[in-house]
Design a protein around this ligand. Structure first.
Ligand SMILES: [Fe+2]
Length: 282
């Protein structure tokens, strides 16, 4: 079945900064969060679950960004920024460098309940905002924004792999029985939250050069996850010379794509959230 492309427009805040959503959109939020809450315990990492408790997200309506911001400000000094459904790389990186996490203020329609191309408010808030209360995760995002601002087009493609295999699809915990999820692309998808720890995918120890050399697709369930030792490892990654690692990765070249990324089958529904890129090998 071909995925039906739906074009989304972000809702604009009113003069008080309040965003009005129609009742059916609040109902989508309610159903998405109920379904996600059921799979998070013992799968999401404790730092994420702490952040989620701290945010105290509403279950019956789409939250207002100001309520998220007050928790982020208190914990890491971050905030969200309401943005259109698609923004330029420059704006995306610039916001992160300024400790502002872009949130497109629209929610998927029922037709796209399990899978959408664009990251919506559910993905950004439930997937990423809980960990933005954690200093290591926050610092990593800020560093990433600063590097992205100075990167050229080729470098940005490499940087995107680092983001993909950490912020979006990262796992934490070397011991398989204690392994947990911190990637927001997983944590905003119930199917991938269950799959990621199922033992079916391949788990690789995080190594920045390997990560930068690993192709991925946004429209496939991830065949490979990279695992960090602890959330604080993100501090260490942020402090490594990422551009130097990138030069090594470029010199060594990309790994052969995992076979599941090369097949011609249409994307399975209910899989990964994805990020501002077209469905192709990245
Ligand atoms: Fe994301």
């Amino acid at each position: 079945m071909e995925h039906h492309a739906h074009s989304y427009l972000a809702r604009e805040p009113d003069t008080q900064g309040f965003i009005h959503y129609p009742p059916e959109e609040h109902a989508v939020w309610q159903d998405l969060i109920a379904r996600q809450q059921a799979v998070l315990p013992n799968r999401a990492c404790p730092e994420y679950l702490n952040g989620l408790a701290n945010l105290d997200l509403p279950h019956h309506n789409i939250p207002q960004l100001g309520d998220i911001d007050s928790v982020l400000q208190e914990t890491t000094g971050w905030r969200t920024a309401a943005v259109p459904a698609l923004i330029s790389f420059r704006r995306f990186f610039g916001l992160l460098a300024d400790k502002a996490f872009p949130v497109a203020t629209f929610i998927r329609c029922r037709e796209d309940f399990d899978y959408i191309q664009e990251p919506d408010i559910f993905h950004e808030i439930v997937g990423h905002c809980p960990l933005l209360t954690h200093p290591a995760f926050a610092a990593f995002n800020e560093t990433y924004g600063k590097l992205g601002l100075n990167a050229d087009k080729t470098e940005r493609v490499f940087l995107a792999r680092l983001y993909w295999f950490t912020i979006e699809f990262g796992l934490v915990g070397r011991n398989p029985t204690e392994r947990r999820i911190y990637g927001g692309g997983i944590l905003s998808s119930p199917a991938e939250t269950e799959y990621a720890l199922s033992g079916q995918p391949e788990y690789r120890e995080f190594n920045i050069i390997d990560v930068l050399r690993t192709p991925y697709r946004i429209d496939r369930i991830q065949p490979i996850y990279y695992v960090i030792d602890s959330i604080d490892t993100l501090f260490d990654i942020a402090q490594t010379n990422i551009m130097e690692a990138m030069r090594s990765a470029m010199a060594k070249g990309l790994f052969t794509p995992h076979p599941s990324l090369l097949d011609q089958h249409p994307p399975k529904p209910c899989l990964s959230e994805n990020h501002r890129t077209k469905p192709k090998l990245n």
